[in-house]
Design a protein around this ligand. Structure first.
Ligand SMILES: Cc1cc2nc3c(=O)[nH]c(=O)nc-3n(C[C@H](O)[C@H](O)[C@H](O)COP(=O)(O)OP(=O)(O)OC[C@H]3O[C@@H](n4cnc5c(N)ncnc54)[C@H](O)[C@@H]3O)c2cc1C
Length: 361
Protein backbone atom coordinates (compact mmCIF):
# COMPACT_ATOMS: atom_id res chain seq x y z
CA UNK A 1 0.00 0.00 0.00
CA UNK A 2 1.22 3.53 -0.81
CA UNK A 3 -0.10 7.03 -0.15
CA UNK A 4 -0.09 10.66 -1.34
CA UNK A 5 -1.70 14.02 -0.69
CA UNK A 6 -3.44 13.78 -4.05
CA UNK A 7 -4.19 10.78 -6.25
CA UNK A 8 -5.21 11.42 -9.87
CA UNK A 9 -6.94 8.97 -12.20
CA UNK A 10 -6.02 9.56 -15.87
CA UNK A 11 -3.03 11.06 -17.66
CA UNK A 12 -4.89 13.10 -20.32
CA UNK A 13 -4.78 16.94 -20.31
CA UNK A 14 -7.11 17.23 -17.30
CA UNK A 15 -5.17 14.77 -15.12
CA UNK A 16 -1.73 16.10 -16.08
CA UNK A 17 -2.78 19.75 -15.57
CA UNK A 18 -4.05 18.83 -12.09
CA UNK A 19 -0.86 16.89 -11.30
CA UNK A 20 1.48 19.69 -12.42
CA UNK A 21 -0.51 22.36 -10.56
CA UNK A 22 -0.62 20.35 -7.34
CA UNK A 23 3.15 19.73 -7.52
CA UNK A 24 3.71 23.47 -8.13
CA UNK A 25 1.91 23.96 -4.78
CA UNK A 26 4.17 21.42 -3.10
CA UNK A 27 1.76 18.49 -2.73
CA UNK A 28 2.80 14.84 -3.04
CA UNK A 29 1.01 13.54 -6.09
CA UNK A 30 0.46 10.08 -7.59
CA UNK A 31 -1.07 9.84 -11.07
CA UNK A 32 -2.27 6.54 -12.49
CA UNK A 33 -2.87 6.04 -16.21
CA UNK A 34 -4.21 2.77 -17.55
CA UNK A 35 -2.61 3.02 -21.01
CA UNK A 36 1.02 3.21 -22.08
CA UNK A 37 1.92 6.38 -24.01
CA UNK A 38 1.91 7.37 -26.78
CA UNK A 39 -1.77 6.47 -27.17
CA UNK A 40 -4.41 7.99 -29.43
CA UNK A 41 -7.13 10.45 -28.37
CA UNK A 42 -8.96 12.95 -30.59
CA UNK A 43 -8.74 16.70 -29.93
CA UNK A 44 -5.94 18.28 -31.94
CA UNK A 45 -7.37 21.74 -32.79
CA UNK A 46 -6.63 23.99 -29.85
CA UNK A 47 -8.02 27.46 -29.21
CA UNK A 48 -5.43 30.31 -28.86
CA UNK A 49 -6.58 30.76 -25.25
CA UNK A 50 -4.65 27.59 -24.45
CA UNK A 51 -1.21 29.24 -24.77
CA UNK A 52 -1.23 30.99 -21.35
CA UNK A 53 -2.15 27.62 -19.82
CA UNK A 54 0.81 25.96 -21.55
CA UNK A 55 2.97 28.73 -20.01
CA UNK A 56 1.51 28.21 -16.54
CA UNK A 57 2.11 24.46 -16.80
CA UNK A 58 5.70 25.00 -17.96
CA UNK A 59 5.36 23.40 -21.41
CA UNK A 60 5.00 26.48 -23.66
CA UNK A 61 8.65 26.54 -24.83
CA UNK A 62 8.67 22.81 -25.55
CA UNK A 63 5.42 23.01 -27.51
CA UNK A 64 6.62 25.99 -29.55
CA UNK A 65 9.99 24.31 -30.21
CA UNK A 66 8.17 21.35 -31.74
CA UNK A 67 6.73 23.85 -34.29
CA UNK A 68 3.11 22.74 -34.38
CA UNK A 69 0.86 24.01 -37.16
CA UNK A 70 -0.92 27.25 -36.20
CA UNK A 71 -4.26 28.56 -37.48
CA UNK A 72 -5.96 31.95 -37.39
CA UNK A 73 -9.60 30.89 -37.40
CA UNK A 74 -11.93 28.67 -39.40
CA UNK A 75 -13.95 28.64 -42.59
CA UNK A 76 -17.66 27.96 -42.12
CA UNK A 77 -19.59 26.74 -45.15
CA UNK A 78 -23.39 26.65 -45.04
CA UNK A 79 -25.43 26.50 -48.25
CA UNK A 80 -24.04 29.14 -50.59
CA UNK A 81 -22.35 31.05 -47.77
CA UNK A 82 -18.70 30.62 -46.93
CA UNK A 83 -17.26 32.88 -44.25
CA UNK A 84 -13.98 33.05 -42.39
CA UNK A 85 -14.09 33.69 -38.66
CA UNK A 86 -10.73 34.81 -37.32
CA UNK A 87 -9.94 34.38 -33.61
CA UNK A 88 -9.02 38.09 -33.41
CA UNK A 89 -5.86 40.12 -33.04
CA UNK A 90 -4.01 42.56 -30.80
CA UNK A 91 -0.88 44.74 -31.06
CA UNK A 92 1.25 41.60 -31.41
CA UNK A 93 -0.68 40.34 -34.43
CA UNK A 94 -3.29 37.65 -35.11
CA UNK A 95 -4.31 35.24 -32.37
CA UNK A 96 -3.49 31.74 -33.47
CA UNK A 97 -4.69 28.33 -32.39
CA UNK A 98 -2.54 25.19 -32.41
CA UNK A 99 -2.89 21.89 -34.27
CA UNK A 100 -1.17 19.29 -32.08
CA UNK A 101 -1.62 15.51 -32.32
CA UNK A 102 -2.69 14.33 -28.88
CA UNK A 103 0.04 11.68 -28.78
CA UNK A 104 2.47 14.61 -28.78
CA UNK A 105 0.60 16.92 -26.37
CA UNK A 106 -0.19 14.24 -23.80
CA UNK A 107 3.37 12.94 -23.81
CA UNK A 108 4.67 16.47 -23.27
CA UNK A 109 2.27 17.02 -20.34
CA UNK A 110 2.98 13.72 -18.61
CA UNK A 111 6.74 14.24 -18.99
CA UNK A 112 6.42 17.67 -17.39
CA UNK A 113 4.47 16.14 -14.48
CA UNK A 114 7.17 13.48 -14.06
CA UNK A 115 9.92 16.13 -14.19
CA UNK A 116 8.24 18.04 -11.35
CA UNK A 117 8.22 14.92 -9.20
CA UNK A 118 4.76 13.44 -9.76
CA UNK A 119 4.83 9.69 -9.11
CA UNK A 120 3.43 8.37 -12.41
CA UNK A 121 2.21 4.78 -12.45
CA UNK A 122 1.59 3.59 -15.97
CA UNK A 123 0.03 1.33 -17.05
CA UNK A 124 -2.06 1.24 -13.88
CA UNK A 125 -5.87 1.09 -13.80
CA UNK A 126 -8.25 2.23 -11.08
CA UNK A 127 -10.42 -0.73 -10.09
CA UNK A 128 -12.51 0.37 -7.10
CA UNK A 129 -12.75 3.21 -4.62
CA UNK A 130 -11.78 2.85 -0.98
CA UNK A 131 -14.03 4.74 1.45
CA UNK A 132 -13.87 5.58 5.12
CA UNK A 133 -16.98 6.99 6.86
CA UNK A 134 -18.43 8.11 3.50
CA UNK A 135 -15.25 9.91 2.40
CA UNK A 136 -13.27 8.68 -0.61
CA UNK A 137 -9.86 7.86 0.85
CA UNK A 138 -8.15 5.84 -1.86
CA UNK A 139 -8.32 3.40 -4.71
CA UNK A 140 -7.64 -0.21 -5.34
CA UNK A 141 -5.65 -0.39 -8.58
CA UNK A 142 -3.88 -2.94 -10.74
CA UNK A 143 -0.73 -1.97 -8.80
CA UNK A 144 -2.29 -2.38 -5.35
CA UNK A 145 -4.08 -0.06 -2.96
CA UNK A 146 -3.23 3.66 -2.92
CA UNK A 147 -4.52 5.98 -0.18
CA UNK A 148 -4.75 9.77 -0.49
CA UNK A 149 -6.15 12.88 1.21
CA UNK A 150 -7.97 13.67 -1.99
CA UNK A 151 -8.72 12.09 -5.37
CA UNK A 152 -9.19 13.79 -8.73
CA UNK A 153 -11.02 11.82 -11.38
CA UNK A 154 -9.69 12.79 -14.83
CA UNK A 155 -10.59 9.49 -16.48
CA UNK A 156 -12.50 10.99 -19.42
CA UNK A 157 -15.98 10.48 -20.85
CA UNK A 158 -16.65 7.09 -19.32
CA UNK A 159 -17.14 8.88 -15.97
CA UNK A 160 -15.33 6.28 -13.86
CA UNK A 161 -15.78 7.87 -10.43
CA UNK A 162 -19.41 8.95 -10.93
CA UNK A 163 -20.18 5.33 -11.80
CA UNK A 164 -18.30 4.03 -8.75
CA UNK A 165 -20.08 6.50 -6.48
CA UNK A 166 -23.38 5.85 -8.23
CA UNK A 167 -24.10 9.59 -8.29
CA UNK A 168 -25.33 9.51 -11.89
CA UNK A 169 -25.26 11.70 -14.97
CA UNK A 170 -27.68 14.28 -16.35
CA UNK A 171 -28.20 14.15 -20.13
CA UNK A 172 -28.68 17.50 -21.87
CA UNK A 173 -29.14 16.16 -25.41
CA UNK A 174 -30.44 13.00 -27.02
CA UNK A 175 -27.70 10.50 -27.94
CA UNK A 176 -25.08 11.95 -30.25
CA UNK A 177 -22.45 9.80 -31.83
CA UNK A 178 -19.53 11.34 -33.76
CA UNK A 179 -17.55 9.48 -36.40
CA UNK A 180 -14.02 10.60 -37.05
CA UNK A 181 -10.83 9.54 -38.75
CA UNK A 182 -7.58 10.63 -40.38
CA UNK A 183 -6.31 10.71 -43.95
CA UNK A 184 -2.82 11.05 -45.30
CA UNK A 185 -1.79 14.04 -47.42
CA UNK A 186 -0.27 13.11 -50.79
CA UNK A 187 0.60 16.47 -52.29
CA UNK A 188 0.63 20.20 -51.51
CA UNK A 189 -2.83 20.73 -53.05
CA UNK A 190 -4.35 18.39 -50.40
CA UNK A 191 -3.26 20.72 -47.57
CA UNK A 192 -5.88 22.66 -45.59
CA UNK A 193 -4.37 25.89 -44.31
CA UNK A 194 -7.30 26.82 -42.08
CA UNK A 195 -9.84 24.29 -40.74
CA UNK A 196 -13.24 23.98 -42.41
CA UNK A 197 -16.57 23.57 -40.66
CA UNK A 198 -19.24 22.49 -43.15
CA UNK A 199 -22.92 22.59 -42.22
CA UNK A 200 -25.03 20.27 -44.38
CA UNK A 201 -28.63 19.12 -43.97
CA UNK A 202 -28.80 17.51 -40.51
CA UNK A 203 -25.06 17.01 -40.48
CA UNK A 204 -21.87 18.94 -39.85
CA UNK A 205 -18.33 18.07 -40.88
CA UNK A 206 -15.02 19.31 -39.49
CA UNK A 207 -11.79 19.08 -41.49
CA UNK A 208 -8.46 20.18 -40.06
CA UNK A 209 -4.87 19.57 -41.03
CA UNK A 210 -3.20 18.52 -37.80
CA UNK A 211 0.34 17.87 -39.00
CA UNK A 212 2.41 18.13 -42.15
CA UNK A 213 1.03 14.83 -43.49
CA UNK A 214 -2.32 14.30 -41.73
CA UNK A 215 -5.87 15.65 -41.92
CA UNK A 216 -8.44 14.95 -39.18
CA UNK A 217 -12.16 14.78 -40.03
CA UNK A 218 -15.25 14.48 -37.85
CA UNK A 219 -18.88 14.02 -38.96
CA UNK A 220 -21.95 14.32 -36.78
CA UNK A 221 -25.65 13.90 -37.61
CA UNK A 222 -28.37 15.76 -35.74
CA UNK A 223 -32.05 16.60 -36.16
CA UNK A 224 -34.75 18.67 -34.50
CA UNK A 225 -35.24 16.04 -31.78
CA UNK A 226 -31.63 16.08 -30.67
CA UNK A 227 -31.51 19.29 -28.69
CA UNK A 228 -34.88 19.38 -26.96
CA UNK A 229 -34.86 21.33 -23.71
CA UNK A 230 -34.26 19.28 -20.58
CA UNK A 231 -33.79 16.03 -22.47
CA UNK A 232 -34.45 13.20 -20.06
CA UNK A 233 -31.90 10.41 -19.67
CA UNK A 234 -32.77 8.06 -22.50
CA UNK A 235 -33.49 4.36 -22.29
CA UNK A 236 -31.02 2.12 -24.15
CA UNK A 237 -33.64 1.32 -26.84
CA UNK A 238 -34.12 5.06 -27.46
CA UNK A 239 -30.37 5.51 -27.64
CA UNK A 240 -30.10 2.72 -30.19
CA UNK A 241 -32.73 4.30 -32.41
CA UNK A 242 -31.08 7.69 -32.36
CA UNK A 243 -27.54 6.51 -32.85
CA UNK A 244 -28.22 3.88 -35.53
CA UNK A 245 -28.10 6.42 -38.38
CA UNK A 246 -25.04 8.11 -36.89
CA UNK A 247 -23.13 4.86 -36.55
CA UNK A 248 -23.72 4.12 -40.24
CA UNK A 249 -21.30 6.86 -41.31
CA UNK A 250 -18.40 4.89 -42.65
CA UNK A 251 -16.63 7.30 -44.95
CA UNK A 252 -14.78 10.58 -44.66
CA UNK A 253 -16.24 13.78 -46.17
CA UNK A 254 -16.40 13.53 -49.99
CA UNK A 255 -13.49 15.88 -50.66
CA UNK A 256 -11.16 13.62 -48.65
CA UNK A 257 -12.39 10.35 -50.20
CA UNK A 258 -9.43 10.14 -52.61
CA UNK A 259 -6.85 10.28 -49.78
CA UNK A 260 -5.59 7.13 -48.04
CA UNK A 261 -7.15 6.57 -44.62
CA UNK A 262 -4.97 6.26 -41.52
CA UNK A 263 -5.94 3.92 -38.68
CA UNK A 264 -9.59 3.25 -39.57
CA UNK A 265 -12.80 5.13 -38.79
CA UNK A 266 -13.51 5.67 -35.12
CA UNK A 267 -16.59 6.60 -33.12
CA UNK A 268 -17.25 8.53 -29.91
CA UNK A 269 -20.30 9.11 -27.74
CA UNK A 270 -20.56 12.90 -27.64
CA UNK A 271 -24.05 13.15 -26.11
CA UNK A 272 -24.17 16.27 -23.94
CA UNK A 273 -23.95 15.06 -20.36
CA UNK A 274 -22.67 16.10 -16.96
CA UNK A 275 -21.93 14.33 -13.76
CA UNK A 276 -24.54 15.24 -11.14
CA UNK A 277 -22.06 15.72 -8.28
CA UNK A 278 -18.69 17.02 -9.60
CA UNK A 279 -17.09 17.36 -6.14
CA UNK A 280 -17.70 15.84 -2.73
CA UNK A 281 -15.96 14.56 0.39
CA UNK A 282 -12.42 13.75 -0.73
CA UNK A 283 -12.89 14.04 -4.50
CA UNK A 284 -13.18 16.29 -7.59
CA UNK A 285 -14.16 15.31 -11.14
CA UNK A 286 -12.47 17.20 -13.99
CA UNK A 287 -12.28 17.32 -17.79
CA UNK A 288 -14.57 15.05 -19.80
CA UNK A 289 -15.21 12.99 -16.66
CA UNK A 290 -17.11 16.08 -15.36
CA UNK A 291 -18.99 16.97 -18.54
CA UNK A 292 -19.02 16.19 -22.25
CA UNK A 293 -20.34 18.32 -25.11
CA UNK A 294 -19.99 17.54 -28.78
CA UNK A 295 -16.82 18.84 -30.51
CA UNK A 296 -18.68 21.90 -31.90
CA UNK A 297 -17.96 23.42 -28.49
CA UNK A 298 -14.37 23.48 -29.83
CA UNK A 299 -12.44 23.61 -26.58
CA UNK A 300 -12.58 20.21 -24.86
CA UNK A 301 -8.83 20.24 -24.20
CA UNK A 302 -8.90 23.83 -22.91
CA UNK A 303 -11.71 22.87 -20.53
CA UNK A 304 -9.76 19.79 -19.45
CA UNK A 305 -6.65 21.86 -18.62
CA UNK A 306 -8.59 24.61 -16.86
CA UNK A 307 -10.72 22.31 -14.74
CA UNK A 308 -7.63 20.28 -13.77
CA UNK A 309 -5.79 23.46 -12.74
CA UNK A 310 -8.82 24.85 -10.91
CA UNK A 311 -9.53 21.67 -8.94
CA UNK A 312 -5.85 21.19 -8.00
CA UNK A 313 -5.65 24.78 -6.71
CA UNK A 314 -8.67 24.11 -4.49
CA UNK A 315 -7.11 20.87 -3.22
CA UNK A 316 -3.97 22.85 -2.32
CA UNK A 317 -6.00 25.50 -0.48
CA UNK A 318 -7.82 22.84 1.54
CA UNK A 319 -4.49 21.13 2.27
CA UNK A 320 -3.06 24.44 3.56
CA UNK A 321 -6.26 24.86 5.61
CA UNK A 322 -7.23 28.10 3.89
CA UNK A 323 -10.73 26.80 3.12
CA UNK A 324 -12.76 23.80 4.20
CA UNK A 325 -13.39 20.73 2.10
CA UNK A 326 -17.08 21.52 1.71
CA UNK A 327 -16.55 25.18 0.72
CA UNK A 328 -13.98 24.13 -1.89
CA UNK A 329 -16.37 21.54 -3.32
CA UNK A 330 -19.13 24.16 -3.57
CA UNK A 331 -16.82 26.69 -5.27
CA UNK A 332 -15.83 24.03 -7.82
CA UNK A 333 -19.41 22.97 -8.47
CA UNK A 334 -20.50 26.60 -9.09
CA UNK A 335 -17.54 27.34 -11.37
CA UNK A 336 -18.11 24.20 -13.44
CA UNK A 337 -21.87 24.75 -13.69
CA UNK A 338 -21.36 28.31 -14.95
CA UNK A 339 -18.91 27.14 -17.62
CA UNK A 340 -21.22 24.31 -18.70
CA UNK A 341 -24.29 26.56 -18.90
CA UNK A 342 -22.41 29.13 -21.01
CA UNK A 343 -21.26 26.44 -23.46
CA UNK A 344 -24.65 24.72 -23.64
CA UNK A 345 -26.42 28.02 -24.39
CA UNK A 346 -23.97 28.80 -27.22
CA UNK A 347 -24.35 25.30 -28.70
CA UNK A 348 -28.15 25.39 -28.48
CA UNK A 349 -28.17 28.75 -30.28
CA UNK A 350 -25.91 27.35 -33.02
CA UNK A 351 -28.08 24.25 -33.61
CA UNK A 352 -31.34 26.19 -33.36
CA UNK A 353 -30.10 28.69 -35.92
CA UNK A 354 -28.91 25.90 -38.22
CA UNK A 355 -32.19 24.01 -38.01
CA UNK A 356 -34.16 27.23 -38.61
CA UNK A 357 -32.11 27.95 -41.76
CA UNK A 358 -32.63 24.37 -42.97
CA UNK A 359 -36.38 24.37 -42.38
CA UNK A 360 -36.76 27.69 -44.26
CA UNK A 361 -34.82 26.36 -47.31
C1 LIG B 1 -14.26 13.32 -32.50
C2 LIG B 1 -13.77 14.28 -31.46
C3 LIG B 1 -13.06 15.40 -31.84
C4 LIG B 1 -12.60 16.30 -30.87
N1 LIG B 1 -11.91 17.40 -31.27
C5 LIG B 1 -11.46 18.30 -30.36
C6 LIG B 1 -10.69 19.42 -30.77
O1 LIG B 1 -10.41 19.60 -31.95
N2 LIG B 1 -10.25 20.28 -29.80
C7 LIG B 1 -10.52 20.08 -28.47
O2 LIG B 1 -10.09 20.91 -27.64
N3 LIG B 1 -11.22 19.00 -28.06
C8 LIG B 1 -11.70 18.10 -28.96
N4 LIG B 1 -12.39 17.00 -28.54
C9 LIG B 1 -12.63 16.80 -27.10
C10 LIG B 1 -11.39 16.22 -26.41
O3 LIG B 1 -11.05 14.99 -27.02
C11 LIG B 1 -11.69 15.96 -24.91
O4 LIG B 1 -12.41 17.04 -24.36
C12 LIG B 1 -10.39 15.77 -24.11
O5 LIG B 1 -9.72 14.61 -24.54
C13 LIG B 1 -10.69 15.62 -22.61
O6 LIG B 1 -9.49 15.40 -21.91
P1 LIG B 1 -9.50 14.59 -20.52
O7 LIG B 1 -8.14 14.72 -19.95
O8 LIG B 1 -10.66 15.03 -19.70
O9 LIG B 1 -9.83 13.08 -20.91
P2 LIG B 1 -9.02 12.05 -21.85
O10 LIG B 1 -8.21 12.77 -22.84
O11 LIG B 1 -10.06 11.09 -22.33
O12 LIG B 1 -8.03 11.31 -20.85
C14 LIG B 1 -8.51 10.40 -19.89
C15 LIG B 1 -7.39 9.44 -19.53
O13 LIG B 1 -7.80 8.63 -18.42
C16 LIG B 1 -7.34 7.30 -18.60
N5 LIG B 1 -8.21 6.41 -17.83
C17 LIG B 1 -9.53 6.12 -18.06
N6 LIG B 1 -10.00 5.25 -17.13
C18 LIG B 1 -8.96 4.99 -16.29
C19 LIG B 1 -8.83 4.15 -15.15
N7 LIG B 1 -9.85 3.42 -14.68
N8 LIG B 1 -7.62 4.11 -14.52
C20 LIG B 1 -6.56 4.84 -14.99
N9 LIG B 1 -6.65 5.63 -16.08
C21 LIG B 1 -7.82 5.72 -16.73
C22 LIG B 1 -7.46 7.10 -20.11
O14 LIG B 1 -6.62 6.05 -20.57
C23 LIG B 1 -7.05 8.47 -20.65
O15 LIG B 1 -5.67 8.54 -20.94
C24 LIG B 1 -12.87 16.07 -29.49
C25 LIG B 1 -13.59 14.93 -29.11
C26 LIG B 1 -14.03 14.05 -30.08
C27 LIG B 1 -14.78 12.80 -29.65
Amino acid sequence: MSGADLLIIGGGPAGCAAAITARQSGLNVILIERQSFPRHRPGESLHPGIQPLFRQLGIEDKILAEAPLRYKGQWTEQGDNTTFQAFGEDDNGSWQGFQIPREQLDLCLIEQARLLGVDIRQPCRALEIVRDSGKVTGLSTTQGEILAQCIIDASGGRHWLAKQLNTGLTYLSRPLYARYGYVSINQASDCIEQPRFKVLTNEWQWLAQISERTIHWTRLFFDENTFIEDAKPTAPSDANKHTRAQRKINAPPTELAHLPGLGGIKGADVSWRKTKVPAGPGYYIVGDAAFVLDPTSSHGVLKALMSGIYAANLVAQVYKQKISDSVAAEIYDNWLTQWLEGDVNKLKAFYQNTLDVQSSD
